[in-house]
Write a protein that binds this ligand. Structure first.
Ligand code: SF4
Length: 238
C-alpha cells in the first residue's frame, strides 16, 4: 500500500509528549501490521544449534549476516561442538572468521565462551540472561538473540542498529534520536511492546529496516507503517 500525500500525522518533536497509553496503542497497531508484512520474520544468521547461533551472533558484530553466513559453514564443520571449539587453535579460527572483521577479539570471545560453557555448564549453552551475559563476548543483545530465537523466551528486545533507528523514527522510545545506548532503548521498548511480541518485533523491525526504512533513504511513500509513524515524510537526511 502506498501513500501519495506526504503529510505526516504528527511531528517527531510532538512524539515525545505522546501519552503512554496512546504510544502503547500505536505500538500494538504497528505490530499488527508487521505481522502482516513479515509473517516469517526471523533471525537471518544460519544455525542449527544454540552454540552455532551464539557463535554466529558474536561474529555478526560490526559485520553483516551475509558475511557471517559465508564463514560459519567451515567453522561449524571443523568445530562442531563446544568441546572442539574450546580446544581450537586460535590462529586457525582467526583465519576462518577473518572476513567478519575484528577477528582476533572475536576469536578470543568464541573460544572463551566455548571454554566457559564447558567448564560451567557441562558444554550446554545456558538458557538464562544472567548466565549468558557472564560468557566472554556476550552482552544483552547477543543473549537476547539466543533467548528469543533459540530458546523461545521473551526476556528482552534485541536492539541492533536497525531496531535502534526504527525505535526512534517510530517514536517507540523516549530517548532522543541521537541516543545510542541500546540498553536504554531496549528498556523503553520493553515498556511499550507486549512481552509476547518482543522477539518477533525485533526481527520484523530488522527486516523493515533493511528493506524499507533504510538509514539513508527511508521509503516512506511505500511504507505500510506511514500513518502510524511520527517521522513519516520528515526525513531530513541526517
Ligand atoms: S519508512 Fe518512513 S514511514 Fe516507514 S517507518 Fe521509516 S520513517 Fe516511518
Amino acid at each position: 500500500m502506498t501513500k501519495s500525500k506526504p503529510k505526516p500525522q504528527t511531528q517527531p518533536s510532538a512524539a515525545g509528549k505522546e501519552p503512554f497509553e496512546s504510544k502503547k496503542e500505536r505500538a500494538r497497531k504497528i505490530i499488527a501490521l508487521l505481522h502482516k508484512m513479515y509473517p516469517d520474520a526471523t533471525c537471518a544468521l544460519h544455525h542449527d544449534s544454540a552454540l552455532q547461533l551464539l557463535v554466529a551472533t558474536i561474529l555478526s558484530a560490526q559485520s553483516t549476516d551475509e558475511t557471517v553466513n559465508k564463514v560459519t559453514p567451515a567453522l561449524f564443520a571443523k568445530y562442531p561442538t563446544a568441546e572442539s571449539l574450546a580446544a581450537a587453535d586460535p590462529a586457525d579460527v582467526e583465519k576462518i572468521i577473518y572476513p567478519t572483521g575484528f577477528f582476533r577479539q572475536k576469536t578470543k570471545s568464541i573460544i572463551g565462551a566455548a571454554k566457559a560453557i564447558c567448564e560451567r555448564f557441562g558444554c550446554d549453552v545456558p538458557e538464562t540472561m544472567d548466565e549468558l551475559i557472564e560468557l566472554p563476548g556476550v552482552a544483552r543483545k547477543t543473549a537476547n538473540v539466543l533467548l528469543g530465537t533459540w530458546f523461545q523466551k521473551n526476556e528482552g528486545v534485541v536492539v541492533d542498529t536497525h531496531v535502534g533507528r526504527l525505535a526512534h523514527r517510530l517514536a517507540l522510545t523516549w530517548s532522543s534520536k541521537n541516543e545510542k545506548d541500546a540498553v536504554k532503548i531496549e528498556q523503553d521498548l520493553m515498556q511499550v511492546l507486549p512481552r509476547k511480541d518482543w522477539t518477533f518485533t525485533a526481527h520484523a523491525l530488522i527486516w523493515h529496516g533493511r528493506r524499507v526504512c533504510t538509514a539513508r533513504k527511508p521509503k516512506c511513500a511505500e511504507c505500510r507503517l506511514n500513518t502510524l509513524c511520527p517521522a513519516a515524510f520528515t526525513f531530513d537526511g541526517k
